[in-house]
Design a protein around this ligand. Sequence first.
Ligand code: MN
Length: 415
Amino acid sequence: MRFIHTSDIHLGKTYRNSSGEAARYADFFICLGSIVEAAIDEAVDAVLIGGDLFHIGQILPKTFAKTIETLQPLRDAGIPCIAIEGNHDWIHRRDNISWMEALSQMGYLRLLRPARTEEGGYRFDPFDVETGSGGHVQIGDCNIYGLGYIGAQAGSHVERICAAVTTDNNLLLFHVGIWSFSPVEIGNMKLDEAHPLAKKFDYVALGHGHKPYVIATPSGQEYAFNPGAPERVNFGEEKYDKGYYLVTVEAGSVATEFRPTSPRPMYVETIELEGAQNAEQALERFREQLLIKVDVAPDKRQPLLELKLTGKVGFHPFELGRERLHLALEEVANPLHVEIKNHLSLVSSVGASEGLKKSLAEIEQEVLRELIGSGSDYQGSEDELVRLSMVLRDAVQKGDIDGDELLALFDGEGE
Ligand SMILES: [Mn+2]
């Protein structure tokens, strides 16, 4: 038997209200489409999806329609798509049919779910095409079993899972992470807890962690494989290998090949602006560093960027507002979507331990001078602006002018 094992497709994910919303939404369907195409080219016997086909349980109707469209060629080719639910597909309302169940009833998927016995054991009923439900499906002489997402107790269920399987040539679909291999912090089990699975299953098809990894018994027998997400789903995945497994199982021996996919470029970078005196200088350095860090060759797709701005600067960090940064970004990196974390701090001279006996007026003027001086446009005119501010303050405090008269005062000073 030859099959493709993929997982964590996350259809429906996008950046809401971002100009790249539509293109980003399409990324995940394009990615699944490329895997479907490969399955047909390779004429595999099945496609296995280890959970998180969808990004959320309650998907939009258009996501459902696009999923059908993307899976249609697989169905037309007669290649079964065998799937389990992940934590993202999980639907808590039992009175509602889930989108995964609907796809299974319509014949686009074979959604595998175990039943539970009264004693707390597992039972894998044969998959029924009519109802689109069951926990076990046979392809050739291979027995494929499906567990969804169990959560934190997964490790303590291994014994019961193995006890429910009495056939040979077994495969298991399991949405669970393995501690120290999986980058996800929840829904994991310990490595030792997983090993008994190797006795029962020739291949455990994992999903959950978006980073690929392989699990072997202490004697070195590889038995559990996590392909990771084939597209970059979240920031943090920019350095992971992206792809899926093409697997051949023959008489109990397993051969795997990791086939790369083509995810959208993603960068998570720190931009160091330490010591920039004004916004212009900072923007210049921002551009220089982007050019070095982000590869924007014309044949590449528009990248996804997460940028952290750091350093102590001589102007108010608010001056590097979204609009100015976005203009510079468009010029230099042309990103599809960008998230900026502004960690800049203003160099402060107030509170420095010089002359403690200052008059209130002096302190006021110093504070004002610093505030004004931290605006790049006002640098060099601090004294004039401090004096004007004091005039205005005095006039307001005396209460003898207001509104238009205050503005007239500005005009007068400006001439
Ligand atoms: Mn996932």
